[in-house]
Design a protein around this ligand. Structure first.
Ligand code: FES
Ligand code: FES
Length: 236
């Protein structure tokens, strides 16, 4: 990892660090207070307000983004630590009229109400399915030695437990994730039908199967300013 240029600039007596962040496939130069979280750098400096600030303490998941394909709470990592990493925010997932598979599933399944947690839910869900495919066990995994992870309802709840939804849209969020998981080949528990969840995705025709990083279209503009999860309302 290259070192930030700590002495390049000053602001109010605080030395700023000149860094480069790779966000949504685009290299962005910025000067940051070394204490700036990745979340604040994205929202306040790069104007990518799709990533939300909820608790700012790593407890709600609203700020989840993907870093090198892995989900990360952006409020808990410093921007200066993320040079040379590949960062994907909700703006890099898709856009109105060209949603990623997970975004389309959330729309189809009505997986949100106010939408505030939704960007984090979507980023987290994409990262979570990658973890399942990679065979990473969770606290709910019965047999941690098995290479095959069955995405039971318990597994899904446990793996998404870091993303809080104050509107309690959980059943529809789970249904959306199940749709994408089924379409992309992640293991689905037999109890999904019993739970009333249609294991066959009805909405994903025309969308790429979610995978890491295949769920993220490669040719999207890097800094779509609109709030993708709630394009009608604009930045929040
Ligand atoms: S804002 Fe980062 S976890 Fe809540
Ligand atoms: S949709 Fe409102 S907090 Fe989740």
């Amino acid at each position: 990892m290259s070192e930030p240029d700590v002495d390049r600039a000053r602001d109010g007596g605080v030395r700023l660090s000149a860094i480069t962040l790779n966000v949504n496939g685009r290299s962005r130069r910025l000067d940051v207070d070394p204490r700036t979280s990745l979340l604040d750098a994205l929202r306040e400096q790069l104007r990518l307000s799709g990533t939300k600030k909820g608790c700012d303490h790593g407890q709600c998941g609203a700020c989840t983004v993907l870093v090198n394909g892995r989900r990360v709470n952006s409020c808990l990592t410093l921007a200066v630590m993320r040079q040379d990493d590949e960062i994907t925010t909700i703006e890099g997932m898709g856009r109105p009229g060209r949603l990623s598979a997970m975004q389309a599933a959330f729309v189809e399944r009505d997986g949100f109400q106010c939408g505030y947690c939704t960007p984090g839910q979507i980023c987290s869900a994409v990262g979570m399915l990658g973890e399942v495919r990679a065979g990473w066990p969770s606290h709910a995994t019965a047999d941690v030695s098995s290479a095959r992870i069955e995405l039971t309802d318990e597994e899904l709840r446990e793996r998404m437990s870091g993303n809080i939804c104050r509107c309690a849209a959980y059943p529809n969020i789970a249904a959306a994730i199940r749709d994408v998981a089924a379409d992309s080949g992640a293991d689905i528990a037999a109890d999904s039908e019993a739970a009333g969840v249609d294991p066959v995705p009805r909405h994903v025709a025309g969308h790429a199967a979610a995978d890491l990083p295949a769920d993220v279209p490669a040719d999207l503009p890097a800094d779509v300013p609109a709030d993708v999860a709630n394009p009608e309302r604009g930045p929040v």
